[in-house]
Every structure is written in structure tokens, then in C-alpha cells.
Design a binder for this molecule. Structure first.
Ligand code: ZN
Length: 93
């Protein structure tokens, strides 16, 4: 007998390395309709343009240092968001 059908896992692409991953393994950065850039951690996806990063390691660092996020979101990434990405990059998984 087969178990329940697995539910399709929503996949998203990391803006830095381009890997496709399940959405919950990625961190979403959102540019809100008000033009603010924030880390989107809510249980629901917030409105606005989003960029995804692998939720650990080098992609967070590159997201904070590089231009990819800015290119993707079309705005400067605030220092506070960069600092938070760097902090998470160093946090144990
Ligand atoms: Zn990545």
C-alpha cells in the first residue's frame, strides 16, 4: 500500500547561486510596496518584490556583500538588512 501522495514542494531559486530549493530552505528578502527592504519571515509571504537566498552560508554573505540583491530588488539594501544577513551566515545551522 502506498502512503499519502507527497504534496508538491514549492521551489524557489536563490538569487545568488541560482539553485532551486524548497521555499522553506530559502530566506526571502522583500521590497515592500512602501519601498522598504526587509527580511520576510512571516508564516505568509508578504506582498512586494521578493528575492530568495539560500538560508545559510555563502549565499547570505554574498547577498549582503554583492550586488545581486540590489539588482534583483531594484533598490539599495539597507545596512541593517545586510548586517542581519551576515549575522545569519555565521550562525550555526
Ligand atoms: Zn544560494
Amino acid at each position: 500500500m502506498k502512503g499519502p501522495r507527497p504534496r508538491p514542494v514549492p521551489m524557489r531559486q536563490c538569487s545568488v547561486c541560482g539553485a532551486q530549493r524548497p521555499k522553506r530552505e530559502l530566506l526571502r528578502i522583500v521590497r515592500t510596496p512602501q519601498g522598504e527592504v526587509e527580511i520576510d519571515e512571516g508564516p505568509r509571504t508578504r506582498p512586494g518584490r521578493g528575492a530568495y537566498l539560500c538560508a545559510a552560508g555563502a549565499c547570505l554573505t554574498e547577498g549582503a556583500r554583492g550586488r545581486r540583491l540590489r539588482q534583483r530588488l531594484g533598490v539599495e539594501i539597507p545596512e541593517a538588512v545586510k548586517a542581519e544577513l551576515m549575522r545569519r551566515a555565521q550562525a550555526p545551522a
